[in-house]
Design a protein around this ligand. Structure first.
Ligand SMILES: Cc1cc2nc3c(=O)[nH]c(=O)nc-3n(C[C@H](O)[C@H](O)[C@H](O)COP(=O)(O)OP(=O)(O)OC[C@H]3O[C@@H](n4cnc5c(N)ncnc54)[C@H](O)[C@@H]3O)c2cc1C
Length: 482
């Protein structure tokens, strides 16, 4: 019997509920990829977990049989983070969707990891609260996935990312213990290390999130410009004027065309770019900022202000559906995610245009303009020989541009399996080895989502990549190799 087969036999002892353990090859294929469908692997076995105690028992079994495990929430990740292992178990949290506690006086809610992002807001909306980070996938993505990816969203410009809204996490460590990481704990910020660790430091089984007060006033504005340069200049001017909108999103002509085809969002015709700017806060401040905004956006050929929540939703509809909408104008596409300093936006967008022309590959741009987080959608026809490779080249060169301009290879979608090869473009070998020491401290057996984030496994007894021999940190006595 293989270790996996022995493991599956033992697994039935800890997860025996109806439909909990999936081994049927057809059902397993449901879980073979996340939102990045390019990378696929059929999991060895899937468990639809029901409790922290059960996950702890499964992880202990993984340790006994040397079987790797991967956590999965809703599978909307865009970097292949939840890509399963053929020799491992995929632990799915989608059945763990209870809101366990709402504590309004302390502005906190405690939820299970499978609860969707939007469900948290829905649970407290009537009382005048909401959960601020809002990925465009918020109707379906899980809070466990948000924690693992440190997810962002349109409103993170003003309110910060997931890391700023998580107070504590109960986790199952890679050796199967249940521990609590709390923001208030003295010593190292282990909760900070866990948020954004992409499932490599254990599995979140309970999350305490911070709730925010619904702002007194919200004004949503759609500004249409003839060109993306004009839109870009308006973004710099808004921030330069000291206004911090809740959101500033930009879409170029191609992404507007896609959104129009998919959801008929009725954005102004002929726009080279639209900006969605949302101002929120005390009514008086919003009114003052709106007056400033109107002056700054003088070059816009149309300025549309949402008169009520329905019009606000209509303005957001085009933006929130933009990724999926691109499917209407292209048979295949890559969703890229990179960051540049805001001031580099015009130059980087111009370079993307040049790449697009050079390789004959169209690129639609949708981005969180306020924080310089680009989402170029690289379009190609997968039936055309060589088109996929050219799209992949353009996609990689866009990340080079981001790094060259002082930015990053990911803003919010994570590294996962897809971008691990780009990590050396930002980090030296020593940087990467040092990061792996953190991973090894949590997961010496390298069982928790192995093969993700890092380009070459090198420490914790992993098979050496480029480096041969003893790592310098180990040699100098600063670190231990397990
Ligand atoms: C249309 C669309 C729009 C999107 N828009 C945004 C956006 O605006 N902003 C943004 O940041 N992202 C966005 N995303 C990406 C994605 O939705 C987020 O990364 C989200 O947080 C993933 O959540 P999930 O539950 O689907 O996680 P999964 O895809 O299931 O997993 C993602 C990662 O988290 C790990 N993981 C999952 N659950 C746990 C757990 N309980 N404990 C530890 N690790 C765990 C997995 O191992 C994996 O590494 C978008 C995706 C799509 C498809």
């Amino acid at each position: 019997m293989t270790p996996l087969a022995e493991f599956i036999t033992a697994l039935h002892g800890v997860a025996s509920g109806e439909g909990e353990v999936i081994t049927d090859p057809v059902r397993l294929r449901t879980y073979e990829c996340d939102g990045l469908t390019y990378h696929r692997a059929t999991p060895g076995v899937v468990v639809l977990a029901e409790s922290a105690a059960q996950i702890a028992a499964i992880v202990k079994l993984c340790n006994r049989y040397g079987v790797p495990f991967v956590a999965r929430g809703s599978g909307t990740g865009l970097s292949g983070g939840a890509l399963p292992r053929t020799d491992g178990v995929l632990i799915v949290t989608s059945k763990m969707r209870r809101v366990l506690e709402i504590d309004l006086p302390n502005r906190r809610a405690v939820v299970e990891p499978g609860v969707t992002n939007l469900a948290i807001t829905e649970a407290v909306r009537e009382q005048g609260y909401y959960y601020a980070p809002d990925p465009s996938s918020q109707q379906i993505c899980s809070i466990g996935g948000n924690v693992a990816e440190n997810s962002g969203g349109a409103h993170c410009l003003k309110y910060g990312f997931t890391v700023n809204h998580v107070e504590a996490c109960e986790i199952v460590t890679p050796d199967g213990d249940i521990v609590i990481l709390d923001r208030m704990d003295p010593g190292y910020d282990l909760l900070g290390a866990f948020v954004g660790s992409e499932g490599t430091l254990g599995i979140a089984t309970k999350v305490t999130v911070r709730l925010s007060r619904t702002p007194e006033a919200v004004t949503t504005v759609l500004a249409a410009f003839e060109s993306i340069e004009q839109g870009g200049r308006a973004v710099s001017a808004i921030i330069g004027a000291g206004i911090v909108p809740a959101a500033i999103e930009m879409m170029d002509a191609l992404s507007i065309e896609a959104a129009e085809a998919a959801v008929a969002c009725a954005y102004p015709e002929g726009a080279g770019a639209v900006l969605i700017v949302e101002l929120d806060g005390p009514a008086e401040a919003v009114e003052r900022q709106f007056a400033q905004l109107t002056e700054i956006c003088a070059q816009a050929f149309e300025l549309r202000v949402a008169a009520d929540p329905a019009e606000r939703a209509a303005i957001w509809k085009g933006r929130k559906s933009a990724f999926a909408a691109v499917g209407r104008i292209s048979p295949a596409y890559i969703v890229q995610d990179g960051v540049v300093p805001r001031t580099s936006l015009p130059a980087v967008l111009a370079s993307i245009d040049r790449l697009s022309a050079e390789y004959g590959i169209k690129v639609a741009n949708v981005f969180h303009a306020g924080d310089g987080n680009l989402h170029p959608l690289v379009l190609f026809d997968d039936a055309e020989p060589g088109a996929g490779e050219r799209a992949e080249t353009v996609s990689g060169k866009i990340l080079d541009l981001c790094v060259e301009n002082g930015g990053s290879i990911t803003g919010e979608h994570g590294v996962g399996v897809d971008k691990s090869r780009y990590m050396p473009r930002m980090f030296s070998d020593d940087d990467l080895d040092t990061m792996q020491l953190v991973r090894c401290a949590f997961d010496p057996g390298n069982l928790s989502n192995p093969g993700k984030v890092f380009p070459t496994p090198r420490l914790c007894g992993e098979v050496p990549g480029v480096r041969k021999g003893v790592h310098p940190l180990v040699e100098s006595g600063k670190a231990e190799q397990f």
